[in-house]
Design a protein around this ligand. Structure first.
Ligand SMILES: Cc1cc2nc3c(=O)[nH]c(=O)nc-3n(C[C@H](O)[C@H](O)[C@H](O)COP(=O)(O)O)c2cc1C
Length: 442
C-alpha cells in the first residue's frame, strides 16, 4: 500500500518517562508493576523498544521528594503511587545504556540537589560507558519539600534559580572541558597514559558555586554531553536558548508552540548560536487504537476517569505546579493563581482553564500537559503529527504516556513509529554513534 508522503521534513522522537517509578499503578495491562517495579525490567524493556524504533532519546524525569500538596498530607500520593516510589535516575540510566546500542539517555539532575562537580562526573561517566550517548536534563527544582530533603528551608526564588543555573552550567561545562582533546596517550612504549599538560584545573569561583577541577573521571566521548532543558517561563527560555541542545516543552496549541519555538530561537541567535543546533520537541500523548471510534472512546474514558478521580487528579496537578488545591471550590472559576514552582506550567493551565470552573478545567487538562490532541489509528495520528510539524515548523515530539505499560509502549514503538517511518517522517535507523550527532543529523 502507498502512503501519502507529506512534505513535512523528517522529525525527531524522544520519550518522557515520568520517573523510575510504579508506572500507571492499578491501570489495565501493567502486569505486576506493583511488585515488579523495583527491578527496572519494565524500564529496560522500554529502552530496548525505543532503541529498536530509533528514538533519539529517553528523558528520565525526576523529583526528589514525596508529594504533600493535598491536605498537607502524603496520604493520597502514597496510597495511589503518585510519583512515588522514585528511584535515582542516574542509576537507572546506567542500566539503560547497558541495555541499548544507539538510544540517547538523559537523566534529570536538579541543580539544588547535586553539586556541579557531581553532575559533571555522573553525566561524564555515563557518556563514557555508553560510548557517547549521555545527556543531562537540567532542572532547578520547584518544591520547597524537595529543598528540605537537602537541608534548605525553601528553594531560591524562581528567577534566581535560573541565574544560579546559568552559573551551574558554566561550571559543569568547564569541568567537561578540563581535559583537552588528545590528553589520553595510552602509549605503552613510553609508559605514559595521560599527557599531564592537557589536563587543567578550572579554579571556578562564582557567586553561587566553586570548583577547582580538573574532572577526575576523564574526558567525555561527546566532549560535551547533550544538555536538555524544559523551562517555559521567560527566564527558562533564555537559559534554554543559551545552553540547550534540545528543549522539551508543553505550550498548548499550535500558535503557542510556534511562538515558543520562535522565542527560544531568537534567544539562540542573541547568544550567537545557530537555531538548527537545538531541537525543540513538543510533548505529545497519542491515544491510539485499531479504529477511530475505539481511539475516541479511549480519549473519552480519560475524561470520565478524571471526573471520577478528581482529588487524585488535582493532587497530581498541585504536585506539578506546587499548589495545594484541597481547599479550593471545585465549582468556582479557577481565577488567578501564582507559584514559586513551574510558572509556565501554571500559566498553561490557567490559559486553558479560561473562565471554566476548576472541575471543568481539570477534566480538560490532560495531566501530562500535551501540546495538541492526537487521537486515532497509528496512520491517522502519524498524519496529525505531520500536519502539526508542517504548521509549527518544529523539530519533533516528546512522547509522554500516562498509562505506561508494555502494551501502550508497543502501540507507539511498533504501531505509530512504523506508520511515521512509512511516510518518511522519522528515521528508520541511526546514522551516527553519538547522541548529539544523531540529534543534529536533520
Ligand atoms: C517535558 C518536561 C519535563 C520536565 N522534567 C522535569 C523534571 O524531571 N524535574 C523537574 O523538577 N522539573 C521538570 N520539568 C519542569 C521544568 O524544569 C520547568 O521547571 C517547567 O517547565 C516550568 O518552567 P518555568 O519555571 O521556566 O516556567 C519538566 C518540564 C517539562 C515540560
Amino acid at each position: 500500500m502507498e502512503y501519502p508522503r507529506l512534505s513535512a521534513d523528517p522529525f525527531h522522537l524522544a520519550w518522557f518517562l515520568q520517573g523510575s517509578s510504579v508506572q500507571a499503578w492499578n491501570q489495565d495491562w501493567t502486569g505486576n508493576i506493583g511488585t515488579d517495579w523495583m527491578s527496572a525490567d519494565m524500564f529496560l524493556d522500554l529502552a530496548r523498544a525505543l532503541d529498536r524504533a530509533a528514538f533519539d532519546y529517553i528523558l528520565l524525569e525526576d523529583s526528589i521528594y514525596i508529594g504533600q500538596n493535598w491536605q498537607n498530607s502524603r496520604e493520597i500520593f502514597l496510597k495511589n503511587g503518585m510519583s512515588v516510589p522514585r528511584q535515582e535516575p542516574s542509576v537507572i540510566a546506567s542500566l539503560m545504556v547497558a541495555a541499548t546500542r544507539h538510544l540517547g539517555v538523559v537523566p534529570t539532575l536538579s541543580t539544588f540537589a547535586y553539586h556541579p562537580y557531581l553532575t559533571a562526573r555522573i553525566v561524564g561517566t555515563l557518556d563514557q560507558v555508553s560510548g557517547g550517548r549521555a545527556g543531562w536534563n537540567m532542572v532547578t527544582g520547584s518544591s520547597d519539600y524537595s529543598g528540605q530533603n537537602f537541608g534548605l528551608d525553601r528553594l531560591p526564588e524562581h528567577d534566581t534559580r535560573y541565574t544560579m543555573a546559568a552559573e551551574y552550567i558554566d561550571v559543569v561545562t568547564q569541568l567537561w572541558n578540563s581535559w583537552e582533546p588528545g590528553a589520553i596517550l595510552a602509549n605503552q612504549e613510553t609508559g605514559v597514559l595521560i599527557d599531564h599538560t592537557k589536563v587543567h584545573t578550572i579554579d571556578f569561583q562564582g557567586d553561587y558555586y566553586a570548583s577547582r577541577g580538573p574532572l577526575n573521571s576523564g574526558p567525555c566521548p561527546q566532549g560535551r554531553p547533550v544538555i536538555a532543558q524544559a523551562g517555559g517561563s521567560a527566564r527558562g527560555r533564555q537559559i534554554a536558548g543559551r545552553y540547550a541542545d534540545t528543549i522539551v516543552a508543553h505550550p498548548k496549541g499550535m500558535d503557542a508552540m510556534k511562538q515558543y519555538r520562535t522565542d527560544v530561537q531568537t534567544h539562540m541567535v542573541e547568544h550567537g548560536r545557530d537555531p538548527a543546533t537545538c531541537k525543540v520537541l513538543f510533548m505529545a500523548y497519542p491515544i491510539l487504537a485499531d479504529n477511530a471510534a475505539q481511539a475516541q472512546e479511549r480519549a473519552d474514558n480519560r475524561r470520565i476517569s478524571a471526573a471520577r478521580n478528581m482529588d487524585a487528579r488535582l493532587a497530581q496537578l498541585g504536585w506539578t505546579i506546587n499548589i495545594d488545591f484541597s481547599t479550593f471550590d471545585l465549582d468556582a472559576p479557577v481565577g488567578e493563581l501564582s507559584t514559586n514552582g513551574h510558572q509556565s506550567s501554571l500559566a498553561g493551565f490557567l490559559r486553558k482553564a479560561g473562565k471554566n470552573t476548576l472541575r471543568e478545567a481539570v477534566i480538560d487538562y490532560t495531566s501530562m500537559g500535551a501540546c495538541i490532541d492526537l487521537v486515532g489509528t497509528p496512520d491517522a495520528v502519524a498524519g496529525q503529527m505531520a500536519e502539526a510539524m508542517q504548521e509549527v515548523g518544529g523539530d519533533g515530539f516528546l512522547i509522554a504516556l500516562p498509562n505506561v505499560s508494555r502494551r501502550s509502549v508497543a502501540e507507539v514503538t511498533d504501531g505509530l513509529v512504523p506508520a511515521l517511518q512509512r511516510r518518511g517522517l522519522v528515521r528508520k535507523q541511526y546514522e551516527h554513534a553519538h547522541f548529539r550527532d544523531n540529534l543534529l543529523a536533520f
